[in-house]
Design a protein around this ligand. Sequence first.
Ligand code: SAH
Ligand code: SF4
Ligand code: F3S
Length: 438
Amino acid sequence: MRVYFKTYGCQMNENDTLYMMGLLEGKGYRIVDDPMDADVAIVNTCAVRKKAEEKFYGKLGELLKIKKEKGLLIGVGGCLAEKDRGKILEKGADFVFGTKSYPVVDELIERALKGERFLYFDDHLDDVIWNFPRKVSGHHMWVTIIYGCDRFCSYCIVPYTRGRERSRPMDDVLKEVKMLAEKGIREITFLGQNVDAYGKDLKDGTSLARLLEEASKVEGIERLWFLTSYPSDVTDELIEVVAKNPKVAKTFHLPIQAGSDRILEKMRRRYTRQEYLELVEKIRSKVEDVSITTDIIVGFPGETEEDFMETVSLVKEVQFERVNIAMYSPREGTLAWKLYDDDVSKEEKVRRFQYLLELQKGINRKLNERYRGKTVRIIVEARAKSGLMYGRDIRNKIIAFEGDDEMVGRYADIKVTKVTAGPLYGRLVWIEEPERVR
Ligand code: SAH
Ligand code: SF4
Ligand code: F3S
């Protein structure tokens, strides 16, 4: 059996796909890159914005054509599967499964092969323990440590598609970290929609800070990352660990979403602009040379030019290392969808989006100047489309250089020779001996 995968959305979805791949490979399936060569196609979907939905339905159309021509079993999972359920089945998929059902995707395929067409949303997340099969390659892996989200920001569909917060036990996560390190993994990113809530539900003192400390002691692990922090949940203990532990990356992804308190309140974010700025200040005073990145939504219902200008001034004030900008997209069932008209026009959303993009480009160009002429230690990641190799430093800055594929996973020192608003470019001055890397 040959299986083709297509994944949309966030790192959590990417990671769920790796589990499905590992599970199916263990059952004798071969993973192929082209749906034309496949017997089964599994699509892992995203519902965060309308655009993600449209992309999926376009893809489904393509897959249905292949199905008609030569036969193809189509399974659809992920967040949009949770949201649209029967609609996806009606369009012609063979089975539709939930965000908590992927651990039994092998059984679902078996059922579908017998000719059954069905919806499946049972919760099998407890099956996912440290030695659950998964596809491991390269030198970096994601590890989801907390499922779901309890925040219910008014615009966001994630709490509806991923359910309530639930942490994995720390000893289980640590066993997984050890297993991955033994397979040659050197960098791990701990994932959660609200990763700093990790452990709260376990009520045994587990916290993200403690997990980072313990994981950093695992032999072979060189760097640890975590995503995404909810600003008002970042603890002093966590900041302390980021500041002191040399293996923990010096970066915080702290989505602000909007710079105006009026909009933040309508978004049901539980902090004010001032509190956010104080948090940034605190982090910067404790963690040397820390990089801070964020997410922003433009065109939230009722966002006036004045509100938007507060976002602009916040971006200028904080000087983020990266900003992911999104145009507000109403999501059925959410509070904002129920309460507010999507009253900022498309043109205006595009204008605000472009405005922030340009502003941020200028900030990036300026911040990146600090790297000019410096020699920076990276872990080599992969070959880019440009043909150059690249990797990132401990602040998450991407640096490209001329090198070989054999360098992947090794430490390298790169002297920065060219600075842009995007990646940096440089020349290799040192590379770690391959024997040091398993
Ligand atoms: N848990 C993370 C991110 C979740 S979704 C957090 O709390 O920030 C990733 C990003 O998508 C969000 O940060 C937000 O900027 C954006 N987003 C979520 N819902 C959206 C919507 N309805 N319209 C536009 N952008 C949205
Ligand atoms: Fe969505 Fe808010 Fe939860 Fe992030 S914290 S996933 S934006 S509800
Ligand atoms: Fe999308 Fe679901 Fe992730 S909506 S962003 S795949 S949690």
